[in-house]
Design a protein around this ligand. Structure first.
Ligand SMILES: [Zn+2]
Ligand SMILES: [Zn+2]
Length: 267
């Protein structure tokens, strides 16, 4: 068996992905996937991060569009309804309403911002500050998100390395503490293959890197491989290669979700 689905794909509503959404379904069928899930960037209140996401009032149309596509492809492809939730301190009750308002199959949780106003990116370009502080701050938010009960999957765990400098051996403890919290919270971890197409990574690799994946496996953290597709051509990116590497690392299963129930399948 190999990977059955890709559960991280966006729609043009986020203003930085191309469509139409049916093209993602067609791309998945060509690759032989049996399932896909849309997980577009969640709305935020008061115009926060508005340039890279749908507005709150667009959420019902997003849900309707994905559910209509599900009907259209019912006999050929299972289509899951998901959301990539931005975890932001102070917006817990706003996010709580989002995750309870619709029949999500799963919620991916992401830390894209370091501040409540969503002005500071989690991966500041050409970062000149103190990396220890940056990593501490980022992973502390990830731990809070894992504990929040809002999300089913921690997305792109070490995305902070997009700042140009990946966490090093001196940050091992910080990452292991974060993995301990993820394991304790009982949430899954995403292996996000978009790192293979991000030129700012010195070494093309997934989020998180394979040494972190190995540490996650030691803790029996459930894993899910996703492409974070912002274009239909991204669907299933590097899945074959990642599957082989996962098997070599001792991974025997991955997870998918239906109505927020986690289902495990062998690879
Ligand atoms: Zn995006
Ligand atoms: Zn993301």
């Amino acid at each position: 068996m190999s990977i059955v689905g890709d559960y991280h794909m966006h729609t043009p509503r986020c203003k930085h992905a191309t469509g139409p959404i049916a093209a993602y379904a067609e791309a998945a069928l060509k690759l032989g996937l049996s399932e896909i899930g849309f997980s577009d960037h969640s709305p935020l209140p008061d115009g926060r991060g508005a340039n890279v996401r749908m507005a709150p009032q667009e959420l019902p149309a997003y849900v309707e569009e994905v559910l209509a596509l599900r009907e259209q492809y019912r006999s050929r492809l299972t289509i899951r309804l998901g959301l990539e939730l931005d975890f932001v301190i102070g917006l817990e009750s706003f996010n709580e309403k989002l995750v309870t308002a619709y029949p999500w199959d799963y919620v991916l949780g992401s830390v894209h911002y370091l501040d409540p106003d969503c002005r500071l990116s989690s991966w500041p370009a050409n970062y000149r500050g103190n990396h220890d502080e940056l990593f501490e701050r980022y992973f502390a938010l990830v731990r809070q998100m894992a504990r929040s009960g809002l999300v089913d999957v921690v997305a792109h765990l070490d995305v902070v390395k997009r700042c140009g400098t990946p966490p090093g051996p001196q940050h091992r403890k910080l990452i292991e503490t974060t993995l301990d919290e993820i394991a304790h919270a009982g949430v899954a971890l995403e292996i996000n293959t978009s790192g293979y197409r991000h030129p700012e990574l010195r070494t093309p690799e997934p989020y998180p890197s394979f040494n972190i994946i190995a540490a996650a496996l030691q803790r029996d953290i459930p894993l899910q491989v996703n492409s974070d597709a912002h274009d239909p051509s991204h669907v299933g990116m590097q899945f074959q290669m990642v599957t082989e590497q996962l098997r070599r690392t001792g991974c025997r299963s991955l997870v998918r979700f239906e109505r927020r129930e986690r289902l495990t399948y062998p690879i």
